[in-house]
Design a protein around this ligand. Structure first.
Ligand code: SF4
Length: 324
């Protein structure tokens, strides 16, 4: 089983409760099963008694994880509790036990196709081509990250093969990626093509000083907890005059409403709404607070459950001030 490769995590997490306060789902369900310790105890049970994999409550718990990476990032030994959940999902899929809503979502995601338009040696994958003059654009659905996170490795590979064919045929030398989940997935997958996050590329451009404007910056699960917490997004926003203030009760918790699970809202809408309500409650006055997130998933999800929230993506925050 894939989870056998993570015995060290099971052994460490099953009797440890140190990071319980950092699990976004545990913080709204108040259930021990929705923490790294709870999941490790479940997977330890499966390890000892294989037929426990058929337990529908266990399976639902594994697909309820928000995979924020905050627990792993702040664990003193960085135990890979995310890797353990992803391995368990692969085992569930390979045993033919994926829940029906997961299978239905997988069929949709597997149909993604990709097209390239424009001219240039730099290719952009995102929604704001106007910020990247002289670049061409690749568009389509998710490049395979969502399928990978759901435990469907073979289907993920097929979608990625189509994405890679489109990128290679474009003859680009640089690929700029906007969505953090896609950046995390693509960053090490190409030989001879440099993959950069949009903040890194935009930071190299010219800018004019702008008057100060306060905003809450919602850290990306992927950029912060998976990809080394680069300074580029915060530096870029500072250059455009944004004064970023700490959101929430601490700087360790994830407020990215399921970003790490990529399709969390599609799978668990009731739970996702609770994650959003926690953000609204902590924000106080939603009419005056301004939020910036690197992720269009986070923006769309926060807006879905309360359209009053004022939230922009990082690229929108830059575009807005370029025009001023
Ligand atoms: S990730 Fe680290 S802190 Fe959290 S339960 Fe596991 S060992 Fe403990």
């Amino acid at each position: 089983m894939h989870m056998d490769k993570h015995q060290d995590v099971i052994a460490a997490c099953r009797f440890c409760f140190m990071c319980r306060h950092l699990d976004p789902v545990g913080n709204v369900t108040f259930q021990e099963s929705d923490t790294p310790r709870g999941r490790a105890l479940i997977l330890d049970t499966i390890r000892m008694k294989n037929e426990s994999l058929r337990n529908r409550d266990f399976i639902a718990t594994i697909y309820r994880s928000a995979l924020s990476g905050a627990n792993r990032y702040h664990c003193v030994s960085h135990y890979d509790e995310v890797g353990l959940v992803l391995a368990a999902r692969k085992d569930i899929v390979e045993a033919g036990l994926a829940p029906e809503n997961v299978k239905a979502l997988t069929e949709t995601l597997s149909r993604a196709t990709f097209t390239v338009k424009g001219k240039g040696t730099t290719l952009y994958y995102g929604d704001h081509l106007e910020l990247y003059p002289g670049c061409k654009i690749v568009s389509g659905g998710d490049p395979g990250k969502a399928l990978e996170v759901l435990g469907f490795g073979d289907d993920s590979q097929k979608v990625f093969d189509r994405f890679r064919s489109a990128v290679v045929a474009s003859k680009c030398t640089t690929l700029i990626v906007a969505e953090p989940s896609a950046y995390d997935f693509l960053k090490d997958k190409f030989d001879g093509i440099e993959v950069v996050h949009c903040s890194e590329h935009l930071l190299s451009g010219k800018w004019k000083a702008k008057p100060a404007r306060k905003a809450f910056y919602l850290e990306s699960d992927f950029l912060k907890n998976y990809d080394g917490n680069p300074a580029a997004p915060r530096e870029l926003l500072a250059r455009y005059g944004y004064t970023l203030t700490l959101f929430g009760t601490n700087n360790e918790e994830s407020y990215s409403v399921g970003e790490g699970a990529v399709v969390f809202d599609e799978l668990n809408p009731g739970l996702c709404e609770k994650l959003c309500r926690r953000v609204y409650d902590l924000a106080g006055n939603l009419k005056t607070a301004l939020f910036i997130t690197p992720s269009r998933y986070v923006k769309a999800t926060l807006t879905k459950y309360n359209p009053q929230i004022r939230v922009m993506t990082l690229e929108e925050a830059v575009a807005q001030r370029k025009e001023q």
